[in-house]
Design a protein around this ligand. Structure first.
Ligand code: 5GP
Length: 118
């Protein structure tokens, strides 16, 4: 699958579309979800052109991976999510319900989240 440079997260990363940025480092960006499903609903994006966890995991450099983890850790600390817990989600592909074809991790917290019996 070729990366679609027109996707909204690519535009946000390149400052061609607006977003509420809460953190960034060299290789990762955190934005607030435009349609939050919990009191805290952040999206952690690598700045590189990866459409899924699979392509990121296979092709990203160690530095890019560490920067993504730093961004996740920032959110957990900034919003004190460790106190009561939180959820990380990476919807992937058609079956996974991914709607934006740029790899992203949802971080949800701030209330008791519904479970799917997992
Ligand atoms: P997915 O379904 O791909 O896992 O998640 C995509 C998420 O991106 C959705 O939760 C949706 O609300 C969010 N989203 C879609 N368009 C925008 C946008 O323009 N700005 C922001 N901040 N979030 C967006």
């Amino acid at each position: 699958m070729t990366y679609d440079k027109e996707n909204i997260f690519c535009q946000i990363i390149n400052n061609k579309a607006p977003s509420e940025r809460v953190f960034e480092n060299e290789n990762a960006l955190v934005i607030k979800n435009i349609n939050p499903r919990a009191p805290y609903h952040l999206l952690v994006l690598p700045k590189g052109e990866y459409e899924s966890y699979t392509t990121f995991g296979t092709n990203a450099t160690d530095r890019e991976k560490l920067d993504l983890m730093e961004a996740i850790n920032f959110v957990i600390k900034e919003y004190h999510l460790d106190d009561a817990g939180y959820r990380l989600v990476a919807n992937t592909g058609y079956y996974g319900g991914q709607s934006v074809p740029h790899f992203h991790i949802h971080i949800l917290g701030g209330e008791k989240l519904p479970t799917f019996g997992l």
